[in-house]
Design a protein. Structure first.
Length: 115
């Protein structure tokens, strides 16, 4: 299983970023995919998740209405569109794949929201 995140960076408050997670080595379309984040000194937290079919999603209360998770099962990629970013969104964002065989993580991508 390999998960490679990209799209992080430095953005001003109110700006947008789109994270991508390219997957390989497993049956992507059978796995629930999620984005987590971990800020310095804090525990890793769930940001958003999407079911294998893409029909169902759920979000942390702190990002509802601002972030959107989506997936392309043909391209084996999951996305996180982040709008109206706030300084408190600053964290390392991790992609997670969860299925019958267990759970796997990507290496993470840094998102920094600062003026």
């Amino acid at each position: 299983v390999q998960l490679v995140e990209s799209g992080g960076g430095l953005v001003q408050p109110g700006g947008s970023l789109r994270l991508s997670c390219a997957a390989s080595g497993f049956t992507f379309s059978s796995y629930t995919m999620s984005w987590f984040r971990q800020a310095p000194g804090k525990e890793r937290e769930l940001v958003a998740a999407i079911t294998s079919s893409g029909r169902s999603t759920n979000y942390a209360d702190s990002v509802k209405g601002r972030f959107t998770i989506s997936r392309d099962n043909f391209k084996k990629t999951v996305f996180l569109q982040m709008n109206s970013l706030k300084p408190e969104d600053t964290a390392v964002y991790y992609c997670n794949a969860a299925g019958r065989d267990g759970s796997s993580w990507g290496q993470g991508t840094q998102v920094t929201v600062s003026s």
